[in-house]
Design a protein around this ligand. Sequence first.
Ligand code: AMP
Ligand code: ZN
Ligand code: ZN
Length: 409
Amino acid sequence: MLRRLVLAIAFLSLAACATTPPPSVDRPPPAPLPVILVSIDGFRPDYLDRGVTPHLSRLAAEGVRGVIRPAFPSKTFPNHYTLVTGLRPDRHGIVENTFEDPEIPGETFRMSNRKAVGDRKWWDQGAPIWVTAERAGVVTAPVYWPGSEAEIRGVRPTHWRAFQMSRPNDARVDDLLALLDLPPARRPRFLTLYFDTVDTAGHRFGPAAPETVAAVAEIDTQVGRLAAGLKARGLAANLVVVSDHGMAPLAEDRRIFMDDILPRSAWRTLAAGAFMTIYPAEGRTAEVEAALLKPHTHMACWRKAEIPARFRYGRNPRVAPIFCLPETGWSLTTRDYRPSWSERGNHGFDPESPEMAAVFVAGGPAFRRGVVLPAFDNVSVYPLLARLLGVTPEPNEGDIRDVAAALTR
Ligand code: AMP
Ligand code: ZN
Ligand code: ZN
C-alpha cells in the first residue's frame, strides 16, 4: 500500500515536472511523419463539386484545396514526372507518353513498353524525389508512379511494383497500408498511390457523363479506405492528393484529318489526338512545313524551336520536329484511324485551358485548415514534397512560395 502511495507521489511530481519541458536537446526529435502522394489520373478540380466525394471534400475542408496547372503536354507520363522532379518535360526528358531520342536510335519510349519504362536512360535527365530521399536515408515506396520501375541515376526505391492496370483499387490501397505495417527499418516514409479509373472513364464517356461521376465516387471511397486504414493504425500522415491533368469533352464534328492536309507518305507520327507529333519523311521536310506551318482553323503547327514560349517546350532533342496543337476539345486524326471505341474525352491540350486544370488537395499535421490556394503550376508540388520529407530539393522549376500559405510552418 505504502509502496503504491510512494509511486503515486513520484508519478505526480514527475507529471508536475513535465509542465516545465526539459531543454529540447534532451528530447529526441518527433518521428517524421509519412508523406503519402496520391495521384487520381485525369481528376478535374470541379469533380469535387459533383456531390459524390465526401472523403476528398472533408480532406479539403479540413486541410488545403487548390488547382494546379499541368505542364505541357498535358499527358500522363510527362506530368507525373514533373510532379516528382519539379522540372517541366523539356528539362526532365519524358517529353510525351510516346517519343524517340536521336541519341537512342532504333528505340521508342512507350508507357506500355515494360522494358522502356524500366530503363533509366529515358529517365536520367530528372532526379525524382524518391532518388533524393533514398540518398538521404529515407525509405520510399513510389508504387506505380511513372519512373519507379527504373534505377534512375543508379538509385532504385526500396519498394516498387511493376505497373498492373488490372490491379483492383482496393488492393492498391491495401498494398500501401501493408507497407506501413512493415518493421520500422523497412517501413517507407514516402509512399504513392495511383488510380487510373477516373481517367479511363473520362476518355470513354466524357467528363460530364454519369459513368465518370461513378468513377469519381469509387475513388473517393478508396480515399476513405486509406484514411480509415491510417486511423485504425493510429498513424498520422501528410497526405497530398493530385491529378496529372483534367479532361475535355470531344465531339465527332471537331476532328481534323491530317491526311487531308498532307499525303500520308510525307510524314509519320508517334502521338495523335489532343495534339500530333510530326516526323517528316526523308527529304520531305520542306513539303511538310509548307503544308503545316501556314495558318489553319482550329489548329496551329510549329517547328519545335518556334513553339510559343509559354509552353516551355521544344529545346529537348526528344521533342518531335513539328508539333501541331488543336483548339481544346478538337482532335487531330487520320482517315485510316479506326478505333474500337469512340473517345468522348481527352487531354494533352493547352494547359491554360480550364478543362486541363488538375486537382490539389492536402491534409495532415503539416497543413493549415481550410486553405484555398490560388492556382499554381504543378512544378511546385516537388519543393512541397521535399519540405514535407525534410530533404534538400534538387535544382528545379517550382517555387515553395506557391504553397507556403498552406503550411503550418
Ligand atoms: P494517358 O494516355 O495519358 O491518359 O495515360 C493514362 C494511362 O497511363 C493509364 O490508363 C495507365 O494505363 C497508364 N499508366 C499510368 N501509370 C503507368 C505506369 N506506371 N506504367 C505504365 N502505364 C501507366
Ligand atoms: Zn493522366
Ligand atoms: Zn488519359
